[in-house]
Design a protein around this ligand. Structure first.
Ligand SMILES: O=C(O)c1ccccc1NCC(=O)[C@H](O)[C@H](O)COP(=O)(O)O
Length: 205
């Protein structure tokens, strides 16, 4: 299967272009200032301006003010948005941009009910749940909890690595996989070899 790959937490042009060269389908930029992968709208838009076609830049927010979202979106028409907090469907679609809604796997979360709220989302991203850490946890969750009939394409996230991504793709068969920490040499700095191995592992499945 042709599993797409999003490399998240991009903070510099070198990492962005290396991930694209390695076959990344999307690059994630984290506009959450408590993250070690935080990047400013200006920095991110300067990188996006250098991206070749057929690569989707994804702007990631956690309960952000509309002024921040608008500052990012104003810099490029290429953005897909990813809402990783408690945003409502109305808050997600108010910008008129395609968006992913992230759902964290809290105990007893009703995934079909929650995913069904976001009927205009282009995909649902499922991520690990760690109290106080909205994302980038580096932790997996029990993939058996994923229902077979999610109403949107599934982006699988949470603790994926070079070592587990092939199994994740073959067992879950997501539309895409997403990784932040598992391909880094240090927080906010990607390891080119891990990025390449991760993408190859995901595409091989
Ligand atoms: O990546 C971050 O630092 C981050 C911080 C706060 C909210 C979301 C964040 N990342 C969003 C993503 O889509 C990550 O790729 C996803 O949470 C998986 O992260 P990891 O477990 O480190 O692969």
């Amino acid at each position: 299967m042709n599993c797409r790959v999003k490399i998240c937490g991009i903070t510099n042009l070198e990492d962005a272009l290396q991930a694209v060269e390695a076959g990344a389908d999307a690059l994630g930029f984290v506009f959450y200032d408590k993250s070690p992968r935080y990047i400013t709208p200006e920095q991110a838009n300067a990188i996006v301006a250098q991206l070749p076609p057929f690569v989707t830049p994804v702007a990631l927010f956690v309960n952000a003010d509309s002024t921040l979202v608008e500052a990012v979106v104003a810099g490029s028409t290429r953005w897909t948005l990813q809402f990783h907090g408690d945003e409502t469907p109305e808050e997600c679609q108010r910008y008129g941009q395609p968006y992913f809604k992230a759902i964290r796997m809290k105990p007893d979360v009703d995934l079909l009910l929650e995913a069904g709220r976001f009927e205009n989302a282009t995909a649902i991203l499922l991520d690990a749940y760690k109290p106080g850490v909205p994302g980038g946890t580096g932790e997996t969750f029990d993939w058996h909890l994923i229902p077979a009939n999610l109403p949107k394409p599934l982006i699988l996230a949470g603790g994926l690595t070079v070592e587990n991504v092939s199994h994740a793709v073959s067992s879950v068969q997501p539309y895409a996989v997403d990784v932040s920490g598992g391909v880094e040499k240090e927080k906010g700095q990607k390891d080119p070899l891990k990025v390449t191995q991760f993408i190859n592992g995901a595409k091989r499945g």
